[in-house]
Design a protein around this ligand. Structure first.
Ligand SMILES: Cc1cc2nc3c(=O)[nH]c(=O)nc-3n(C[C@H](O)[C@H](O)[C@H](O)COP(=O)(O)OP(=O)(O)OC[C@H]3O[C@@H](n4cnc5c(N)ncnc54)[C@H](O)[C@@H]3O)c2cc1C
Length: 515
C-alpha cells in the first residue's frame, strides 16, 4: 500500500522541478518533488534568464528579489562579445547590451542570474506555497495504471524505500532522464556536438576587462573556443571550452574532456585569459556533453517530460533553462485545472502538442548559434536560418485545441516577429502599460481572464476592463471585442468585435476540454 498520496509527483528538484512545484502551489495544488542531490544547484550553470522567465517570476512576486540578486553578481547591461582572449582583441559583438531592443515589449527585463542563486529563491517560494521538496531521495520506479502512478522512492541515506501514489508525474530529471529512458522515449536531433568542459576559477581579470560591457565573452583563438562568464568584479567566474586546436573539423578537436590533465586545464585557462601574469586558481572542472536534441514525445499517459529531460541544447543563446521554465509554465496550469476538475484530462494532451514543436524550433536555433558562433568551419549547411532572440522569446506560436485559431497566423508559421504580434490566438498576450509599474501581463497567471475595453458583465470568467492607450490595437480587437488569456499568458481566443456569452462559453468548453 502506498504510504502517501499526492496530486502531482515531480522527479527532480532542480530548476524545472522547482518551477513546476512553485507554479502548482500558485494554483493551489500540492506536489512532492524528489531530488537525489543533497540540495539545490551548487554550480552556476544557467545564467541568462529571458523575458518570459522574468515575466513569470514577476507574477509570483519574485522579480525584485531576483533583480537584486542579479546585481550582486552581474552588470544589468552586459553584452555578448567575442574576443581572442581577455587580454586580446575584440573580434565581434553578438549582443551589444542584454536588454537592447526589448523596451516596450515587456514589463520586465532580461537578467543574468546564476542557477545556484536562483534555485533557493524558487525553492523557498515553492515551499511557501505548499510544495514538499525532499532531498537525497531517488525515484527508482514508476508504475502507471488506469487511475494514477505508483512511484517507488529510495532514501539514499538509509536505503529505505517507500511508495507514493500520484495522479500525475512530471519528470524534470535532467538530460539523462531515467524516466525518459524507462519509457523508451528516443531523443531526436543533431546528436552529440562536443565533449565540453567548464572550468570554475578565481583570477583577478578585472584589469583586462577595461570598459568592456561584459556579460558573456566568447573566446576564439587557435588553441581553444568557448566562453567566459565572469561576475562583475572580474575576479571569479567560469570558462566553458567547446573545442580545442586550430582545425576544429578534426574529431579530436571537439573532445575536450577525454584525457584532460590539471596541467592542460591551467594551460587552457591561461590561454583564454591571454596572460600568465595573473595567478589563477581552479576551483572545479565539470565535464559535460553538448547536445542538440528533443524527445520524440513529451507525454506518456500520466507522465510528462519537462526541461532537459525533454530537450537538450548547447548553451549558446541561453535556451536550456529558459525553455524548461516555459514547459513548466505550460504544464502547471493544465495539471492544476485537471486535478481540480475544472478541465477535462484531454487538456493535458495539448502539452506535447503545443510545446514539442516549439522545443524543436528552440533546439534548431540553439544549434544555429553553436554552429555559426563556435565551430563555423565544421559547416553550417544543416543549421536552420537564424531567428532573432526577441522573436524566440515572445514571438512563438502555439497550436492545439486549447487555442482557438482565427486564421490570423499564416499556416505552418511557428514564430512571428514581435512587431507583428497583435494578440493572435496561440501567441503571448502583449504587454500594454496600465500605469507607471503595471501592465496587462500583471493580470495573468492564476486563471483564464478576459480583457476588453468594454465594461463586460455576467461573464463566466474573470473580466478586466482595460482603459489604456493602445490596448485595442495591441490586441487586434475593437472597442467591443475581447481577448481570452490563459494562465500561461497565451491568448486562447479572441473576438475582434461584439460577442455574446454563449460564444465565450463555447470557447471555454473547447479550451478546457469540457464535454
Ligand atoms: C555551462 C552551462 C551553461 C548554461 N547556461 C545556460 C543559460 O545561460 N541559460 C539557460 O537557460 N540554460 C543554461 N544552461 C542549461 C541549464 O543549466 C539546464 O537547461 C537546466 O539546468 C535544466 O534544468 P532541469 O531542471 O530540467 O534539469 P537539471 O538541472 O539537470 O536537474 C535534473 C535533476 O533531477 C535529479 N534527478 C535525476 N534523476 C532523478 C531520480 N531518479 N530521482 C530523483 N532525482 C533525480 C538530478 O539530481 C537533477 O538535480 C547551461 C548549462 C551549462 C552546462
Amino acid at each position: 500500500m502506498p504510504e502517501e498520496e499526492v496530486p502531482v509527483l515531480i522527479v527532480g528538484g532542480s530548476l524545472v522541478g522547482l518551477t513546476t512545484a512553485m507554479l502548482l502551489g500558485h494554483h493551489g495544488v500540492a506536489s512532492l518533488s524528489v531530488e537525489r542531490h543533497a540540495g539545490t544547484a551548487i554550480h552556476p550553470r544557467a545564467g541568462h534568464f529571458q523575458l518570459r522567465a522574468m515575466e513569470l517570476l514577476r507574477q509570483l512576486g519574485l522579480e525584485n528579489r531576483v533583480r537584486e540578486k542579479s546585481l550582486e553578481t552581474y552588470s544589468p547591461t552586459g553584452g555578448i562579445v567575442a574576443v581572442e582572449s581577455l587580454a586580446g582583441r575584440e573580434l565581434a559583438t553578438y549582443v551589444k547590451e542584454l536588454n537592447e531592443g526589448v523596451e516596450g515589449f515587456s514589463n520586465t527585463v532580461r537578467v543574468f542570474i546564476n542557477q545556484d542563486v536562483l534555485e533557493p529563491i524558487l525553492r523557498e517560494k515553492a515551499t511557501e506555497l505548499g510544495a514538499n521538496v525532499v532531498y537525497r531521495t531517488e525515484v527508482t520506479e514508476l508504475v502507471e495504471d488506469a487511475d494514477g502512478v505508483t512511484a517507488t522512492l529510495e532514501d539514499l541515506e538509509t536505503h529505505r524505500t517507500r511508495q507514493v501514489r500520484a495522479q500525475y508525474v512530471v519528470a524534470a530529471d535532467g538530460n539523462r532522464s531515467p524516466t525518459r529512458q524507462r519509457l523508451n522515449i528516443a531523443m531526436e536531433g543533431y546528436g552529440e556536438l562536443s565533449r565540453s568542459i567548464t572550468i570554475y576559477f578565481k583570477a583577478d581579470c578585472a584589469p583586462l576587462l577595461k570598459d568592456r560591457n561584459q556579460g558573456v565573452l566568447y573566446v576564439h583563438n587557435p588553441k581553444l573556443r568557448g566562453f567566459f562568464r565572469l561576475d562583475r568584479t572580474g575576479k571569479t567566474g567560469f570558462l566553458v571550452i567547446n573545442s580545442v586546436g586550430e582545425d576544429v573539423t578534426k574529431p579530436e578537436a571537439i573532445n575536450v574532456s577525454d584525457g584532460l590533465t590539471d596541467e592542460r586545464v591551467h594551460d587552457f585557462l591561461t590561454t583564454a585569459i591571454g596572460t600568465d601574469e595573473i595567478p589563477a586558481e581552479v576551483l572545479h572542472v565539470a565535464h559535460w556533453r553538448a547536445e542538440a536534441n528533443v524527445a520524440a514525445r513529451m507525454q506518456a499517459g500520466r507522465i510528462f517530460l519537462a526541461g532537459d529531460a525533454a530537450h537538450v541544447v548547447p548553451p549558446n543563446g541561453g535556451y536550456g533553462g529558459n525553455t524548461g521554465v516555459q514547459d513548466a509554465r505550460n504544464l502547471a496550469w493544465k495539471l492544476a485545472a485537471v486535478v481540480k476538475h475544472e478541465a477535462g484530462p484531454e487538456l493535458l494532451d495539448t502539452y506535447d502538442e503545443e510545446r514539442r514543436p516549439l522545443c524543436r524550433l528552440t533546439v534548431d536555433q540553439a544549434y544555429t548559434r553553436y554552429a555559426t558562433r563556435v565551430v563555423p568551419e565544421r559547416g553550417t549547411a544543416d543549421a536552420k536560418p537564424f531567428v532573432d532572440d526577441l522573436t524566440m522569446e515572445i514571438g512563438l506560436v502555439m497550436r492545439s485545441r486549447a487555442v482557438i485559431a482565427d486564421g490570423s497566423i499564416p499556416a505552418g508559421a511557428d514564430h512571428i516577429p514581435p512587431a507583428e504580434l497583435r494578440g493572435q490566438p496561440g501567441t503571448r498576450a502583449p504587454h500594454v502599460a496600465l500605469g507607471p509599474d503595471r501592465s496587462t501581463l500583471d493580470l495573468f497567471g492564476r486563471e483564464l481572464v478576459l480583457l476588453s475595453a468594454d465594461n463586460a458583465t455576467n461573464l463566466p470568467v474573470r473580466a478586466h476592463t482595460i482603459d489604456a492607450p493602445g490596448f485595442t490595437d495591441a490586441y487586434g480587437i475593437t472597442e467591443r471585442g475581447a481577448a481570452l488569456v490563459r494562465p500561461d499568458g497565451i491568448v486562447a481566443w479572441r473576438s475582434p468585435g461584439h460577442f455574446d456569452a454563449a460564444e465565450l462559453d463555447g470557447a471555454l468548453a473547447t479550451i478546457l476540454a469540457k464535454h
